[in-house]
Design a protein around this ligand. Structure first.
Ligand code: NAD
Ligand code: UDP
Length: 320
């Protein structure tokens, strides 16, 4: 297939580009590098089927030749990033999604929107099935991201219903792994960086809030399964193993062998108290389920951080 990946230089996008190339696809990676780093795809630049284009998807864009699929990932995604780029986040979700849909429509291509568990807001239903409509503060600090994605979902489904675009939606839950920016502010990258530096781990609130962390390779398998299907979704993609932020901190300390202490900071406004995906639909429609548990995923992530930040190899897995 010939696939356009918007946001392809980002954390998830770079892994998706790599996986698509591995199976023989031709990839057009479009990115304006506002939060993603070109270094994430630098190793792909010599590849005959890889094309990197610097482009802002909030302006109309195209690529030469036929397009079979458009995977739309372009958007700031980490809370500090969308806090810093509020208007850019809204236009990536609105104008950016519209332009990506236009390209898919013109080409008769499959379209995949990477939406988010944030559409559920601070959920009142637990775990979250796709049928839950969410509990979002439309004017809170997270709204620029949450509402942009909710609008992007509405736009996507309207293009499918009204214009016949073969469009599908996945809702991604917290995903982690190699190529997260050490300073992106997300909890896994922050804890790993702090633990490796021997700095205190910054726990927001009392750390009893939960998340469900999915390793990037599992997530990318789910993205490709959805891209290859004709399902509309939305389909949750995430790892249903839920843990508290405190438990995550303890595991990061154990995996890194760090003696860092814990430093409690105020809980951000509207920080969701619990989050866990119901993945029955992904299992039923895509035969998808995550395979890599948190300890193994953290080990791989820490190993990568050690290489990037400099330093030795990670100590043996906890189980050994
Ligand atoms: P990221 O910030 O690493 O990647 C996003 C990429 O999009 C970056 O490379 C950025 O430069 C690019 N981008 C942003 N605005 C753009 C624009 N206007 N034009 C072109 N490029 C633009 O984040 P990520 O974690 O890789 O997230 C990728 C997608 O997955 C996002 O849409 C995000 O909402 C979604 N998602 C991610 C997670 C997660 O846990 N990683 C969870 C839910 C949803
Ligand atoms: N968090 C934390 N310390 C940090 C960064 C985040 O305790 O240094 C918490 C944050 O308050 C949230 C959880 O970890 O409850 C996940 O945060 P992240 O920004 O990774 O993702 P999101 O809030 O979007 O799920």
């Amino acid at each position: 297939m010939r696939v356009v990946v918007t946001g392809g230089s980002g954390f998830l996008g770079s892994h998706l580009c790599e996986a698509l190339l591995r199976r023989g696809d031709t990839v057009w990676c479009l990115d304006n590098h506002c939060t993603g780093e070109p270094v994430n795809v630098i190793h792909l630049l010599g590849h005959a089927r890889f094309n990197l284009v610097r482009a802002d998807v909030t302006h109309a864009f195209t690529v030469p030749g036929r397009v079979d699929a458009v995977a739309h990932l372009a958007s700031p995604a980490s809370p500090p990033d969308y806090d810093r780029l509020p208007l850019e986040t809204l236009t990536a979700g609105s104008h950016g999604t519209k332009n990506a849909l236009l390209l898919a429509r013109r080409q008769g291509a499959r379209f995949l929107l990477t939406s988010t568990s944030e559409v559920y807001g601070d959920p009142l239903v637990h775990p979250q099935p796709e049928g839950y409509w969410g509990n979002v503060n439309p004017v809170g600090p997270r709204s620029v991201y949450d509402e942009a994605k909710r609008y992007a979902e509405a736009l996507t489904i309207a293009h499918r219903r009204t214009l016949g675009v073969d469009a599908g939606i996945v809702r991604i839950f917290n995903t982690y792994g190699p190529r997260m920016r050490p300073h992106d502010g997300r909890v896994v990258s922050t804890f790993v960086r702090q633990a490796l530096a021997g700095a205190p781990l910054t726990i927001y609130g009392d750390g009893s809030q939960t998340r469900s962390f999915c390793y990037v390779d599992d997530l990318v398998r789910g993205l490709i399964a959805m891209l290859d299907s004709h399902h509309a979704g939305p389909v949750n993609l995430g790892n249903p193993a839920e843990c508290t932020v405190r438990e995550l901190a303890a595991l990061v300390l154990a995996v890194t062998g760090s003696a860092s202490r814990l430093d409690h900071r105020p809980l951000p406004v509207d920080d969701p108290a619990r989050r866990c995906p119901d993945i029955s639909r992904a299992h039923e429609l895509l035969r998808w389920a995550p395979e890599i548990d948190l300890e193994e995923g953290l080990r791989r992530t820490v190993d990568w951080f050690l290489k990037v930040l400099g330093g030795g190899r990670l100590r043996q897995p906890l189980a050994s």
